[in-house]
Design a protein around this ligand. Structure first.
Ligand SMILES: Cc1ncc(COP(=O)(O)O)c(C=O)c1O
Length: 439
């Protein structure tokens, strides 16, 4: 490992200098925890298509895509043109604009649960508002979330996300905050992903107090595990029966099909949160759902039950970029992404078998994750058993071989990619295993 870090340092002196400069003004030299890795992260200077260049000129294929948001890579012609045109006309106004109506129409047309939608600047806010709607609608205080699910930084959901130690108790409903300084999270109930009977028992137990059940139908950052359709159907049935608002957090997994994860698996929640790809790379997110739920935000007949604030909600620039990006995401574009995702997962599985490495790849559509364990995954807790050292070696091996992945082992595809880029990823993993790790 030390040798790989030394090699990394030799190739990144300017990133190191930027990091040292940043330390004076940004805690840890960055502005979000997820982009930091030791000894210091690469600082990116520019991107074009599916490639990015770091401060030292190193070129890499971008399998990170700013945490899966850049589904068209960098500088997609239609998105860039929409941004240029809107920038010339004004980027945001203290008034609604047609740009936000157009994006709202695209989302309402595609996503089955979304009869009406409201915009925010981040997925965190979208989740916060969806939960607020559910609480106001039901008059209940508690919510339930999946162990291992990620829903942003809001106090009630920033819990039980990180890998749990294998020794942790099997009781899955206990809540564990991921940060100090939070409050109110004690009202959150935890249930296991894909464990249909276990989750159902927990939801039945707390049912009359629960305003919302929230989950990523395809968990992203944590596991990239495909959902068991029986599990999703159970959640739909139980929440409907107990009067709980079912929220699909599709901030990340909307990218698994033209109609999102709910379209792919044929389960329609009451509300959906969206983000990342819907902003075309700019900060924009949304929550939407049934008309009677969204009516709580309607100010046209007097003060609304839920006043929504947010200076940049649906800002014209982001809405224009988002509309262009979504319109370029045709069913054909999703077919291509799907095929490339399959090619990548098959290629990696072949490599792990051939090199006899205890590793596996999971994923759906254009999302994937490498896990450094051969454990059989039943719930997201099982993904916590990876070999951290092996994961780190793979990460630095890939960085060295022209690939920008997530430090977590996750990755995503973008529309400018083709088979050559997918094969480059698989080849870089194989080379790392052989040349850097002696498999
Ligand atoms: C599923 C999910 N929900 C919510 C969020 C939070 O979104 P944001 O980072 O825009 O606040 C994320 C971000 O990664 C996410 O993946």
């Amino acid at each position: 490992m030390e040798a790989l870090i030394e090699r990394y340092k030799v190739h990144s002196p300017r990133s190191r200098a930027l990091y040292e400069r940043a330390l004076a003004v940004l805690p840890g030299g960055t502005t979000r925890t997820s982009v930091f890795y030791a000894p210091y992260p690469l600082y990116i200077e520019r991107g074009a298509g599916c490639r990015v260049w770091d401060a030292d000129g190193g070129e890499r294929i971008d399998f990170n895509g700013n945490a899966t948001s850049q589904i068209h890579g960098h500088g997609h012609p239609a998105v860039a043109e929409a941004v240029r045109r809107q920038a010339e006309r004004g980027v945001s106004f203290g008034a609604p604009s047609e740009a936000e109506i157009r994006l709202a129409e695209v989302l309402c047309e595609r996503i089955s649960s979304v009869e009406q939608v409201r915009f925010t600047s981040s997925g965190t806010e979208a989740v916060m508002y969806a939960l607020r709607v559910a609480k106001a609608f039901t008059g209940r205080r508690k919510i339930a979330k999946c162990e291992g699910g990620f829903h942003g930084a809001h106090d009630s959901v920033h819990v039980n996300f990180a890998p749990v130690a294998p020794a942790e108790p099997e009781d899955r409903s206990g809540v564990r905050p991921e940060s100090q300084g939070m409050s109110g999270y004690e009202e959150t109930v935890i249930f296991p992903f894909n464990d249909t009977a276990g989750a159902e028992a927990i939801l039945e137990q707390h049912g009359k107090d629960l305003a919302a059940v929230i989950l990523e139908p395809v968990p992203g950052s944590r596991g990239c595990l495909p959902p068991d359709p029986v599990f999703l159907t159970m959640l739909r049935e139980v929440t409907a029966r107990l009067g709980i608002v079912l929220i699909f957090d599709e901030v990340m997994c909307l990218r698994v099909s033209y109609r999102g994860a709910q379209g792919r698996y044929g389960v329609t929640p009451d509300m959906t949160t969206m983000g990342k790809i819907i902003g075309g790379g700019l900060p924009l997110a949304a929550f939407g759902g049934r008309r009677d739920l969204m009516a709580l935000l309607d100010p046209s007949a007097g003060p609304p039950v839920i006043p929504q604030t947010g200076t940049f909600n649906g800002a014209a620039l982001a809405a224009a970029a988002g509309t262009a990006a979504m319109e370029a995401l045709t069913p054909e574009a999703f077919d291509r992404l799907e095929k490339m995702g399959e090619r990548l997962r098959e290629g990696l599985s072949r490599v792990f078998r051939r090199r006899e490495v205890k590793a596996q790849v999971t994923g759906v559509g254009s999302m994937f994750r490498v896990h450094t364990t051969d454990r059989r995954f039943e719930t997201l807790r099982d993904t916590a058993y990876g070999d951290r050292r092996l994961s780190q070696q793979l990460f630095f091996g890939l960085l060295h071989r022209g690939i920008l992945p997530f430090a977590s082992g996750m990755g995503c595809l973008s529309t400018p990619m083709g088979e050559a880029e997918v094969d480059a990823f698989v080849g870089a993993v194989d080379e790392t295993l052989v040349e850097d790790m002696g498999f």
